[in-house]
Design a binder for this molecule. Structure first.
Ligand code: HEC
Length: 127
C-alpha cells in the first residue's frame, strides 16, 4: 500500500520535473533573446526594428516579412529557418550568409542557444 503510494508520488515528481525543464528552457531563452530584442520585435503587430519582426518566421523560407528591406544576400540565400540553420545563423550570420546586414557577434553558450531556440519556437511559429 505504502509502496504504491510512494510510487505514485515519484511518478508525479518525475512528470512535473520533466515539464519544468521544458518551461525553464523557454524562460532562459526569453532572457537570451534580450540580445536579439535590440534589433528584433517578436509580438504580432509590433513594427520591425533594425531587423524584421520574427513572429511567424520560424520553419519558413527566409526573407519573407513584407515591407522589410532585406539584404540581397539573404533574399538570394534560399534558406529555410529550421533548427540547424537557425543555430548556424545565431552562431555566425556572416559565415552562413556572406553579405547579410545582420551584424551580430554571438556570445551565447550552446545551452543558451538551445534555450533561445525553444523560446523562439514558443513565440514565433504562429503569425
Ligand atoms: C544589430 C542588430 C541585430 C541583432 C542584434 C540581431 N539581428 Fe537578426 N537580423 C538583423 C537584420 C538587419 C536582419 C536582416 C538580415 C539581412 O537582410 O541580411 C536580421 C535577420 C534575422 C533573421 C531572418 C528573418 C527572416 O525574415 O528571414 C533571423 C531568424 C534573425 N535575424 C534572428 C536573430 C536572433 C535569434 C538574434 C539574437 C541571437 C538576432 N537576430 C540578433 C539584425 C539583428
Amino acid at each position: 500500500m505504502i509502496d504504491r503510494f510512494l510510487c505514485a508520488v515519484l511518478m508525479g515528481l518525475i512528470g512535473s520535473s520533466a515539464f519544468a525543464a521544458g518551461a525553464n528552457d523557454v524562460q532562459r531563452g526569453r532572457i537570451a533573446f534580450l540580445r536579439c530584442a535590440a534589433c528584433h520585435a517578436i509580438q504580432a503587430d509590433e513594427p520591425g526594428k533594425v531587423g524584421p519582426n520574427l513572429r511567424g518566421t520560424l520553419g519558413k523560407v527566409a526573407a519573407q516579412v513584407p515591407g522589410f528591406a532585406y539584404s540581397e544576400a539573404l533574399r538570394k540565400a534560399g534558406l529555410t529557418w529550421d533548427d540547424a540553420t537557425l543555430k548556424r545563423w545565431v552562431h555566425d550570420p556572416a559565415s552562413l550568409v556572406p553579405g547579410t546586414s545582420m551584424t551580430y557577434v554571438n556570445t551565447l553558450t550552446e545551452t543558451e542557444t538551445k534555450a533561445l531556440l525553444a523560446f523562439l519556437k514558443s513565440q514565433t511559429t504562429a503569425r
